[in-house]
Write a protein that binds this ligand. Structure first.
Ligand code: BGC
Length: 484
């Protein structure tokens, strides 16, 4: 059922991007390489790379112009760690890199668009990977030093910080990376938990640093972005499926949210991993433990719940002798996208927002990503994207109006088609199409850009019965008109 209504005044509407996916200029002005520069040198999955990407390093004006056309109130982007610290440490600060972000932030502020800055969106400096990357605990303090530099240089202008983007996906990605490039064995049951452990600690240290040293004078807010699908029991009347759905959710959103919002790893993860580790003859659990002081230090290191959400999976238990776990499938009636993992399933958005409210003590929530892809021949008339946003944002409205979930802002992924990591430029999530056959890489609005702008302009879905609504009239200045 469609629900009419609007979000509260001051609700923040934005779009999101990340450094490696859009900036290009991979070695310009003394930038150091990141793991993704290394990763894409070998065409493991795809020949594409971020050497040029959308050339955003040289296109601040163009990017801010399309943000203005969208009428967003915030723009979420990330800083490339190795652009400002080429070897990842503060031994050498690259002022040219710092300057790029100053110019971007200044242009945003001049356009009245609030910068939402992610410190780390997966592009670890290669030099830090060479000394063990996230597997080596020393990284926790390297990350804190990097955060310190960024707060001290940008905190008078930037008031909204995200420490780390999607630790869950990054952990999985790191494992692929390690296997593909360093020849170190994958250790699938061990490495992810160590990497995850250090990501949580690094986040907590950056939060404390901001809280103790910068908050009073800079008056910003800082948190982490956690991603999760919703897990729905495959058969809602079968207890086993209900249990499997609960378990998977605790291994997914719960892995990172529980230590930060509730304290320590959740019991389901602790029990399952411990039992399996002991059964495999290991002396202790593969899941590292936090000390009591660490649990206390990590708990509460948030100012809001940054949440990325795209899709839902149906879960049921799998038990093939040694192979035990959960089967994850999609309902065949859910519409497809350009990404194999992403099926259109808006109902799950409302459910997981309710889950966050109940499980993590009703925190203020900012949606830091949500969106859909396409692949194949380009078509500016992307009705699937307008459909997706209409349905997902309507579910978010129900969560806000009917279920009292404290949602403060929404960020669409993504501003323009960009490098979709290992799947390259083929999977396109943008509100703007980037014409890659033209060396100027022009950004061209898709139809959904106008749709999103109208939604922003109306702050939701005003009831037509209470109309007419001025906000539904085209607010688009020339260039955003559909070109089909
Ligand atoms: C990531 C983005 C990515 C998007 C679509 C998120 O997991 O933060 O970098 O492009 O999903 O896959």
């Amino acid at each position: 059922m469609y629900h009419y209504g609007t979000f509260p005044q001051g609700f923040s509407w934005g779009v999101s991007s990340s450094a490696y996916q859009i900036e290009g200029a991979w070695n310009a002005d003394r930038k150091g390489p990141s793991i993704w520069d290394t990763f894409t040198q070998k065409p493991v999955f795809n020949d594409d790379n971020g050497d040029i990407a959308c050339d955003s390093y040289n296109k601040i004006e163009e990017d801010v112009a399309i943000l203005k056309q969208l009428k967003v109130t915030h723009y979420r982007f990330s800083i490339s760690w190795s652009r400002v610290l080429p070897d990842g440490t503060t031994k050498h600060i690259n002022e040219a890199g710092i300057n790029y972000y100053h110019r971007l932030v200044d242009a945003l502020l001049a356009a009245n668009i609030e910068p939402h800055v992610t410190l780390y969106h997966w592009d670890l400096p290669q030099a830090l990977q060479d000394t063990g990357g996230w597997e080596n605990e020393a990284i926790v303090f390297k990350f804190r030093d990097y955060a310190d530099l960024i707060f001290s240089r940008f905190g008078h202008k930037v008031k909204f910080w995200i420490t780390i983007n999607e630790p869950y996906n990054h952990v999985l990605q790191m494992c692929l990376f390690v296997r593909a490039f360093s020849g170190i064995s994958l250790r699938p049951g061990t490495l992810p938990y160590i990497v995850g452990h250090h990501l949580i600690k690094a986040h907590a240290e950056a939060w404390h640093l901001y809280n103790d040293t910068y908050r009073a004078s800079q008056k910003g807010i800082i948190s982490i972005t956690i991603n999760s699908d919703w897990t729905e029991p495959r058969n809602p009347y079968k207890q086993e499926d209900i249990d499997a759905a609960r378990r998977v959710l605790q291994f997914y959103i719960g892995w990172f949210a529980h230590p930060i919002f509730n304290g320590d790893y959740n019991d389901i993860m602790k029990t399952v991993i411990r039992e399996r580790s002991l059964a495999a003859g290991l002396p202790k659990s593969r899941l590292p433990e936090f000390s009591l002081e660490e649990i206390k230090r990590i708990k509460g290191t948030y100012d809001y719940f940054g949440f990325n959400h795209y899709t839902t999976v149906l879960t049921s238990p799998v038990n093939y002798g040694k192979l035990q776990g959960a089967g994850l499938i999609a309902d065949r009636t859910w519409l497809d996208s350009g990404s194999s993992w992403l099926k259109v399933s808006p109902f799950g958005f409302r459910k997981i927002l309710n889950f966050i409210k109940k499980e993590y003590g009703n925190p203020p929530i900012i949606i830091t990503e949500n969106g859909i892809s396409e692949r194949g021949p380009f078509n500016l008339n992307d009705i699937h994207r307008s459909y997706y946003y209409e349905k997902y944002i309507n579910q978010m409205l129900k969560a806000y109006l009917l279920d009292d979930v404290d949602i403060r802002g929404f960020t669409a992924w993504t501003l323009m088609d960009n490098l979709e990591w290992a799947t390259g430029f083929e999977e396109r999530f943008g509100l703007f199409y980037v014409n890659r056959s033209d060396p100027n890489l022009p950004r061209v609005p898709k139809a959904s850009a106008a749709f999103y702008t109208t939604l922003i302009n109306c702050n939701g879905f005003p009831d037509p019965a209470l109309g007419p609504h001025e906000c539904l009239n085209p607010v688009l200045e020339g260039k955003l008109q559909r070109s089909d």
